[in-house]
Design a binder for this molecule. Structure first.
Ligand SMILES: NC(=O)c1ccc[n+]([C@@H]2O[C@H](COP(=O)([O-])OP(=O)(O)OC[C@H]3O[C@@H](n4cnc5c(N)ncnc54)[C@H](OP(=O)(O)O)[C@@H]3O)[C@@H](O)[C@H]2O)c1
Length: 284
């Protein structure tokens, strides 16, 4: 990965930190993005001390806040002229319904619109750096969801796990639509399920889901094992040119039937453009 610039979100802990470590060990320039300045700076220092990465930098941003995503991208573009790999990894499950600073339901804002807007704003840089890769961390829970166009923000009937699953289906639909729109540009887009991994994920969750997470944590994968598929998609020559696929354990596997509906993906794309007040950068 020498000579490659890689940006990893949610990089201060869990899967993001393990992914960033792996990319650093492979000699990349690694840009860590997270909302926690202290944890981010600590990891950046650790990776610099290890001495494998070409360079390591931490940029702070709350990825549920659209103004912060825009400021992050401006900052990134001032510092770097290329981006070879974007790993959209930051994500969470919220036990209670809450809204982002933009007044958008938090799971949708962070897990889906955060990926959508960041990718969108970096697309020209990715295309100019082609061959380049977008790696979107989803979850196998996407298979439990259908896109709820009547109430994308779950103003009614909010429940943390189904809303999380909904955001993860949105990520797979987005990844496939992105791959279709990026055909011929040399930029690939793939989604993945990392496995069930012992991170901070879900530790705030109460109820049955929270109890199950605590009970079975001993059997979960380590963050290093969980990050293998992200790292594979970010760096392996085996997937050069592979796009629009869903990976589990470093293998392309079918995602849920609902994720292949191109009409749903196009409608979701339009909804995401409206919710981020973005114009379409992807028409080539
Ligand atoms: N763990 C699993 O079993 C599992 C399974 C399937 C999919 N995933 C997915 O894997 C991804 C990584 O999760 P993880 O398991 O590594 O969880 P994690 O340990 O909670 O890590 C998530 C990272 O994202 C950061 N983050 C959260 N909200 C943010 C925001 N608003 N702005 C910027 N950064 C933010 C967190 O920072 P803070 O520490 O400050 O919160 C943390 O560093 C998520 O997309 C998750 O949905 C995980």
């Amino acid at each position: 990965m020498q000579g490659k610039v890689c940006l990893v979100t949610g990089a201060a802990s869990g899967l993001g930190a393990a992914t960033a470590r792996g990319l650093a060990q492979r000699g990349a320039t690694v840009v860590l993005v997270d909302r926690d300045a202290e944890k981010g700076a600590l990891l950046a220092e650790e990776l610099r001390q290890a001495g494998d990465a070409a360079a390591v930098e931490f940029l702070r941003a709350d990825l549920s806040a659209q103004a912060e995503i825009r400021a992050l991208v401006e900052d990134f573009k001032r510092r770097y002229t290329r981006l070879d790999v974007l790993v959209n990894n930051a994500g969470a499950m919220f036990p209670e319904r809450r809204e982002s600073v933009d007044g958008i339901e938090m799971t949708l804002a962070l897990n889906f619109l955060g990926y959508f807007l960041l990718t969108h704003l970096l697309l020209e840089t990715l295309k100019a750096s082609a061959p380049a890769r977008v790696v979107n961390v989803s979850s196998r829970s996407h298979a439990r969801a259908q896109i709820n166009f009547e109430d994308l923000q779950f103003r009614a009937g909010y429940d943390g796990l189904p809303v999380y699953a909904h955001s993860k289906l949105a990520i797979v639909l987005f990844t496939y639509e992105l791959a279709r729109r990026l055909e011929g540009t040399g930029v690939t887009a793939n989604a993945l399920h990392p496995g069930v991994v012992a991170t901070n994920f879900g530790t705030q969750q109460g109820g049955r889901t929270g109890m199950l997470i605590k009970l079975f944590r001993f059997a979960f994968l380590s963050p290093e094992a969980g990050a293998k598929t992200s790292l594979y998609l970010a760096s392996s020559p085996e997937v050069a040119g592979v796009s629009g696929k869903y990976f589990v354990k470093c293998k392309a596997v079918p995602s849920a039937p609902a994720s292949y509906d191109a009409a749903t993906a196009a409608r979701l794309w339009a909804a995401a453009l409206a919710l981020t007040e973005e114009r379409d950068h992807v028409i080539t």
